[in-house]
Ligand binder design. Structure first.
Ligand SMILES: [Zn+2]
Length: 250
């Protein structure tokens, strides 16, 4: 079964037809107006793909490029004579829109799930998966490892190994805080698989503490989410943490 998770229909009822004087309206304003009309959220870690019409993402990237250029100018960097920074605005805009924050702008990856024909009900562990995100406070990288434990039941849908990686990447490629990222990925996995239990552990380096701030290179942040049988059954939880531990800090 194919699923398109977290999709929104685009309501272009009132902005499809450009009104006179609309010519100069930035594409970000048009997208934001649609989101507001639908009473949806557009926080840094929300996916807004359903509100972006075909062709608008390219326009958005051009708009972001202009704003990044303005920031470089305000930082008094000579983007005309300094050949190293001449194309920086374009590169940064592409990096944000198409790469590191693409989880905000691209629809959810299509996930094919299949019924649990073998009636598997044993603990499965996936990981460590390398995950890359950014803090929403400074837009500094967060890079770490993620382990997923699943206890399926006979009615659960199962997904292939690579799908865990693709879903994790989609959720992580947004500015956010680590605890929210892990919780949101757990919601998504629960929704697609309906397991008896789900456990996620993420351990990550936060460049906002290493590159700036306290500049502590050794501190890592670990966050976990335990749901269903992992919450109720300490033995299962210990089994997961022990098996995960074999790959921990590897
Ligand atoms: Zn930060």
């Amino acid at each position: 079964m194919m699923k398109n998770l977290e999709s929104h229909p685009i309501d272009r009822s009132s902005d499809d037809v450009a009104a006179p004087g609309d010519i100069g309206v930035p594409v970000s304003v048009r997208i934001r107006e649609r989101i507001k009309r639908a009473s949806e959220r557009f926080h840094a870690n929300d996916n807004i793909a359903g509100f972006i019409a075909p062709g608008e993402l390219e326009q958005l990237q051009v708009e972001v490029e202009g704003k990044v250029l303005g920031m470089l100018q305000s930082l008094v960097i000579d983007t005309e004579s300094d050949h190293n920074t001449r194309a920086t605005a374009r590169r940064v805009a592409r990096m944000y829109v198409q790469e590191v924050f693409r989880g905000r702008y691209q629809p959810a990856p299509r996930v094919t799930d299949f019924p649990n024909i073998e009636k598997l009900n044993e603990l499965m562990i996936v990981g460590p998966i390398t995950v890359r995100s950014a803090c929403s406070h400074h837009l500094c990288p967060i890079i770490g490892k993620l382990w997923i434990g699943v206890l399926p039941n006979e009615r659960s849908n199962l997904i292939g190994l690579s799908k865990y990686v693709r879903l994790a990447d989609w959720v992580m490629s947004r500015p956010q805080i680590q605890e929210e990222a892990v919780a949101r990925l757990a919601d998504l996995l629960e929704e697609s698989m309906r397991p008896d239990g789900l456990a996620l552990v993420m351990e990550a380096d936060h460049f906002c503490m290493q590159w700036r701030g306290v500049k502590d290179m050794d501190s890592k942040m670990t966050s976990s989410v335990m749901r269903g049988s992992f919450l109720k059954d300490p033995t299962l939880r210990r089994e997961f943490l022990a098996l995960m531990g074999n790959g921990f800090r590897a």
